[in-house]
Design a protein around this ligand. Structure first.
Ligand SMILES: [Zn+2]
Length: 309
């Protein structure tokens, strides 16, 4: 599972929703994400930020109570929650939200075991609250603003003119189930602009290739044909979902998908929106390269070898 799933790249609303909700998400979180989508859908376009959607969902999740659904949290209360900031300019509701997540069991049960134990809402909040995003991790530089800072400012502007009457008239946005399983008959390849690397099982002694990629909210997993599950660092949920376009599926799909041939997923270090044609080998294939297939095979093998380093 990779961090910073929610930053940077703007996504279509259904894809953004599929990354925010997992198959095990609580009704409270699903309701909060759905209501956030309903409030932001009228203005959502190609440049909209998934961080706005995630931030608003966290506020609604925090302010909903057992007897009050996220849809019933007043706009004025949302705006009042977004406003206060601490000395670093970070919104104060985030600390309150961490407390709630500890109470609701979203926090990882053992500190440090985030990859296995954390719930979806925890992962969303950690991603949006990371203040080292975009930095070079140089210790000489202190932490910068988190994604929350710009998201709260945008949300306050976006919601400023919304009253309860106009809110009532907004359409409900369907929230996806959260999980997609992609089984590729030809196997799974992780690509960069200069390499194609077969995804292989990391289980000791298992030689298997091919298998299934599972994307569930903020997590991406690989299951080899022998059933070993791993979370390769090269595999990221947004990258895997966006790559579904190239095998004829909606990136926001849920359920089980069968792919006839190969499933190419850009490596996490690449832009999640990297097109397959950016890869030199795939571009040659697409153009019907006249190169000797044996030469291409050797190039492919060399790229594989290089990537193992
Ligand atoms: Zn295996």
């Amino acid at each position: 599972m990779s961090r910073f799933v929610l930053s940077g790249t703007p996504w279509p609303l259904p894809l953004a929703l599929s990354l925010l909700v997992s198959s095990t998400s609580s009704e409270r979180w699903r309701g909060a994400v759905g209501e956030a989508a309903r409030l932001l859908a009228p203005g959502w376009d190609d440049d909209s930020y998934i961080s706005d959607l995630g931030t608003l969902a966290l506020v609604l999740h925090l302010r909903a109570q057992d007897d009050r659904l996220p849809q019933k949290v007043p706009v004025q209360e949302i705006l009042a929650t977004l406003a206060p900031v601490d000395a670093a300019g970070e919104p104060e509701f985030v600390q309150e939200s961490w407390e709630l997540l500890r109470q609701t069991g979203e926090a990882p049960p053992i500190a440090g075991q985030v990859e296995e134990g954390a719930g979806q809402v925890w992962l969303v909040q950690r991603d949006l609250g990371d203040r080292y995003l975009g930095g070079d991790m140089d210790e000489l530089h202190g932490p910068g603003p988190s994604a929350f800072q710009s998201a709260t400012a945008r949300l306050r502007a976006l919601l400023a003119d919304l009253d309860e009457e106009r809110r009532e008239a907004l359409y409900v946005v369907p929230v996806p189930s959260g999980s997609v399983q992609v089984q590729a008959a030809g196997g799974v390849k992780v690509i960069t602009t200069g390499s194609v690397m077969a995804m292989r099982c990391t289980h000791k002694g298992c030689p298997a290739e091919g298998g299934t990629v599972i994307v569930d909210g903020m997590r991406a997993r690989y299951v080899c044909p022998d059933g070993h599950t791993s979370s390769p660092r090269t595999l990221a949920p947004a990258h895997a979902r966006w790559a579904l376009r190239h095998v004829g599926h909606d990136p926001a799909s849920s359920g089980r998908l069968l792919v006839d041939g190969l499933f190419h997923v850009p490596q996490v270090s690449e832009s999640p929106r990297m097109e397959l044609s950016a890869n030199v080998w795939l571009r040659q294939q697409q153009r019907g390269s006249k190169a000797d297939p044996e030469v291409l095979r050797r190039l492919d093998a060399a790229a594989d070898e290089f990537d193992r380093w």
